[in-house]
Design a protein around this ligand. Structure first.
Ligand code: C2O
Length: 548
């Protein structure tokens, strides 16, 4: 493969949206940030230079980082942050992946503005496994715009124990679109030619919201998720959680009666929380056909309909449609036997308000979030450095394999829902086959959690509503063509089962990709030890690795 070099200069840039101008962290002054274009098998080398006051790291979300965990990016997990005036070179190879991923800052809430697409083309000369050749490929990256400083918002929320202020708009390629006040000039427009095929590379980079997406009068064919091919299927509406990517084919078919008509594409949240606890506004972009002779341009405007904000049934049905391509060229190597199985109860909870403080969480408490009642504390040096250099005292390898006190996860919560804090990990031998059942807890109401695993793709072998039943549910698992991905929605009021081989030595973060839940502690890490062979060992750290 080739080597692709990039320089990411992190600088502040004034950006105006919704008539509000804010200085935001950007890469090379661009918002959204620059697109990385690479091929399967290529090496990507990105020099990141920090020219802002805050600490920076960049995560290459979904890139497997085989043996190159030093380049993964989550602050205090695989590296100490890049400090002001410093730089760090990320260096990794794209192995066995093709499709769309994205990069984003991975420290505090900096990813609110610091993100961009990663386009992974097949190896040179290798065609797509679908029968049409796209005329054009277009990244569609969803984001979330805040008129206030996101860092101030999360700092205040953590201090008061309250839920953070919600965003002011969603964006498509950085633009909120015409349904917001003072925004119609900031509309993303996709000009299309009748009869041509387009490959849309959808990325949900929003901080805190899963999104429904649809284009008026156009059917979408899903062909790839999280940089792995799927069995193509047609849909008018799709769901995409933060951390997920979806490639869809779109055939440009103008309206028969009005070939110059404009079609809106809309996205708005799927959320089960109370009104006011999440941004429920709608972002619009425009699919535009060139005006045919004798027709008035842009009239009328077609508008798609989207599911209700809390349409959990749609979410579950949509996820169930996703299957690995599982062809001879692209087999699905699903672990059939399981060496170690885990049951993680994931969800929100509350902790008592510290003495001499007033808290604004539910009933004067503080919001928290946990897995198996452990809320993760960030360490003060990178876990990967501690693991590699055998520095004791940074973490404990006693993350519970199941809740210490099981309860009715989707029913009446127990009286004591307090959680404990710790920097706890699970240690795995190289190439262990792992199963994790992720069970939503309804302590504060059922809610979907997009769980993201670093360093691996996993197979989603089963999902269901209610409490997982280990005596019945495994019999229904799909071990033939389950979807392969890096981020999965734990269904609101239900569970999902994933499997993967721990074939990548290093320290790998796993967390909810709703950033507020990560801030509240819905995160943990896996430590995967080296295997016996040289090609099963973590590479040594790069010389310019930042120190804490
Ligand atoms: Cu896209 Cu750890 O995250």
């Amino acid at each position: 493969g080739a080597t692709r070099y990039y320089t990411f200069n992190v600088t502040m840039q004034n950006v105006t949206r919704l008539c509000t101008t804010r200085a935001i962290p950007t890469v090379n002054g661009m918002f959204p940030g620059p697109k990385i274009v690479t091929r399967e098998g290529d090496r990507v080398v990105v020099k990141v230079v920090n020219n802002v006051k805050e600490n920076v790291t960049i995560h290459w979300h979904g890139v497997r980082q085989l043996r190159t965990g030093w380049s993964d990016g989550p602050a205090y997990v695989t590296q100490c942050p890049i400090q002001t005036g410093q730089s760090f070179v990320y260096n990794f190879t794209i192995t066995g992946q093709r499709g769309t991923l994205f990069w984003h800052a991975h420290v505090s809430w900096m990813r609110a503005t610091l993100y961009g697409p990663i386009v992974i083309l097949p190896k040179r000369g290798v065609p797509y496994p679908f029968p049409v050749k796209p005329y054009k490929e277009v990244p569609i990256i969803f984001g979330e715009w805040f008129n206030a400083d996101p860092e101030a918002i999360i700092a205040q929320a953590l201090q008061t124990g309250a839920g953070p202020n919600i965003s002011d708009a969603f964006t498509i390629n950085g633009l909120p679109g015409p349904l917001y006040n003072c925004s119609s000039k900031d509309t993303f427009k996709l000009k299309v030619h009748p009869g041509k095929w387009y490959l849309l590379r959808l990325i949900n980079a929003a901080l805190n919201d899963e999104l429904f997406f649809s284009i008026a009068n156009h059917t979408l064919t899903v062909v790839d998720v999280d940089a792995a091919y799927v069995k193509p299927f047609h849909t008018d509406i799709l769901l995409i959680t933060p951390g997920q990517t979806t490639n869809v084919l779109l055939r440009a078919e103008p309206d028969a009666g009005c070939p110059a008509a404009t079609h809106l594409m809309l996205a708005r949240p799927y959320g089960t929380g109370q009104p006011g606890t999440f941004d429920n506004t709608t972002v619009a972009a425009v699919l535009e056909y060139a005006a045919a002779p004798g027709h008035i341009k842009s009239l009328p405007l077609f508008r798609p309909s989207l599911p209700a904000l809390n349409d959990t049934a749609f979410a579950a049905n949509f996820s169930a449609k996703l299957r690995s391509l599982a062809s001879p060229e692209y087999p699905a190597s699903v672990p059939r036997a399981v060496d170690r199985s885990f049951f993680f109860a994931v969800g929100l909870g509350t902790n008592p308000c510290p003495k001499n403080q007033t808290c604004q969480g539910p009933n004067g408490s503080m919001f928290t979030a946990s897995m198996n009642n452990v809320s993760f504390d960030m360490p003060t040096t990178a876990l990967l450095q501690a693991h590699y250099a055998n520095i004791a005292g940074m973490y404990t390898a006693d993350f519970p394999a199941a809740p210490l006190e099981p309860f009715n996860y989707t029913g009446t919560p127990p009286n004591n829902t307090n959680v404990s804090n710790g920097t706890k990990v699970v240690a795995l031998q190289y190439n262990t086959s792992v199963e994790v059942v992720l069970q939503d807890t309804s302590i504060l109401g059922a809610e979907s959690h997009p769980l993201h695993l670093h360093g691996f793709d996993f197979f989603v072998v089963g999902q269901g509503f209610g409490n997982y039943d280990s005596s019945k549910d495994p019999a229904k698992f799909n071990l033939v063509d389950p979807v392969q991905r890096n981020t999965v929605g734990v269904p609101a009021g239900g569970w999902v089962a994933i499997r993967f081989f721990a074939d990548n030595p290093g320290v790998w973060f796993m967390h909810c990709h709703l950033e507020v839940h990560t801030s509240w502690g819905l995160k943990m890490a896996w430590v995967v030890n080296d295997g016996p062979l040289p090609e099963q060992k973590l590479m040594p750290p790069p010389a310019d690795l930042p120190m804490c």
